[in-house]
Ligand binder design. Structure first.
Ligand code: FAD
Length: 316
């Protein structure tokens, strides 16, 4: 019987691991094996430079940052299994809970879920070759990189977050094209107004992206106007997807309360889920900030709350 099991190995999971390990809870982490299409270590393993995580004034490579977090978890006493959790049994509120991975079943008094969310991408033919070489799914993370400054950029999407990301990019870009497949945006009226009034932004209506162009770095995007069938290549050094994220909550099989998009619902200001003894941290419960530092912050909350929960139950 474990005291606490952590599912997920991004900044949220590792911060929870460091806190619970330091509280002598001997946490067991399932770091996943390409779960949600992402390697162990989470979304930051798919990026190059991370320039906004405090403590690294010159920036740090995403994979390197996650290796350091993993090392810190292990040094503090966390055991890590490179396995994906297939399902859980949360039927007894207050635990114990069952965790199923491969052929094995584990039992635990408390559970921390930090399985993240995967950014939706279009997977056009040349995308893999140019991923992170001009293509990104996070404007706040990558928009300020030198390669995007004073250059034309493209954002795919039409909701509030697409406009937010496109507006953010206008601070750096020479021009931002918002590519949208319909003739009206899904975004709120206020956000639409913001987009339409921004001189650096142009909305390409009724337009879909067919592919990306470039050898070593992105040089343009191939577009098609679905009304006129016209196909053309638009010059751009940056392409940002803003078509939503998929929270990795399928393995829960509806046993925790989630919102309409599948994000775990936590009690405001806490990491507590709808089942007592189960806590959630990071992007799997956050569709607003989605940053490494906010994930780490909520991982700290989950770790501390799990510790207090176990102490109240007399499980030391
Ligand atoms: C390209 C890119 C660049 C980014 N750049 C920055 C940046 O510069 N700065 C910044 O602050 N943020 C950045 N972000 C956002 C940041 O990566 C995320 O906010 C952060 O990683 C979320 O952390 P997390 O702990 O919630 O989970 P994630 O990082 O999403 O990690 C979750 C992990 O859990 C695993 N997992 C999922 N399901 C299971 C399961 N069933 N069993 C076991 N394991 C499972 C996944 O495989 C994954 O490894 C970037 C994101 C992307 C995609």
């Amino acid at each position: 019987m474990e005291k606490t099991i952590i599912i997920g190995s991004g900044p949220g999971g590792h911060t929870a691991a460091i806190y619970t390990a330091r509280a002598n809870l001997q946490p067991l982490m399932f770091e996943g094996f390409m779960a949600g299409g992402v390697a162990a270590g989470g979304q930051l393993t798919t990026t190059t430079e991370v320039e906004n995580f405090p403590g690294f004034p010159k920036g740090i490579g995403g994979p390197e940052l996650m290796m350091l977090m993993r090392e810190q978890s292990v040094n503090n006493g966390c055991t890590i299994k490179t396995q994906t959790v297939d399902k859980v049994d949360l039927s007894v509120s207050g635990g114990p809970f069952k965790v199923f991975a491969g052929n094995d079943t584990y039992e635990t008094h408390s559970l921390i879920i930090a399985t993240g969310a995967t950014a939706r991408r279009m997977h056009v033919p040349n995308e893999e070759q140019l991923w992170q070489k001009g293509i990104s799914a996070c404007a706040v993370c990558d928009g300020g990189l030198p390669m995007f400054r004073n250059k034309p950029l493209v954002v795919i999407g039409g909701g509030d977050s697409a406009i937010e990301e496109a507006t953010y990019l206008t601070k750096f870009a020479s021009k931002v094209y918002l590519v949208h497949r319909r003739d009206e945006l899904r975004a709120s009226k206020a956000m639409q107004k913001r987009a339409l009034e921004n001189e650096k932004m142009e909305i390409l209506w009724n337009t879909v992206m067919l592919d990306v162009a470039g050898e070593d770095v992105l040089t343009g995007v191939k577009l098609k106007n679905v009304k006129t069938d016209e196909e053309y290549t638009l010059e751009a050094t940056g392409l940002f997807y803003a078509i939503g994220h998929i929270p990795n909550t399928e393995f829960l099989d509806g046993q925790l309360e989630t919102d309409a998009q599948g994000y775990i619902v936590t009690k405001p200001g806490t990491s507590q889920t709808s089942v007592e003894g189960v806590f959630a941290a990071g992007d799997v419960q956050d569709k607003i900030y989605r940053q490494a530092i906010t994930s780490a912050g909520s991982g700290c909350m989950a770790g501390l709350e799990a510790e207090r929960y176990l102490a109240e139950k007399g499980i030391e």
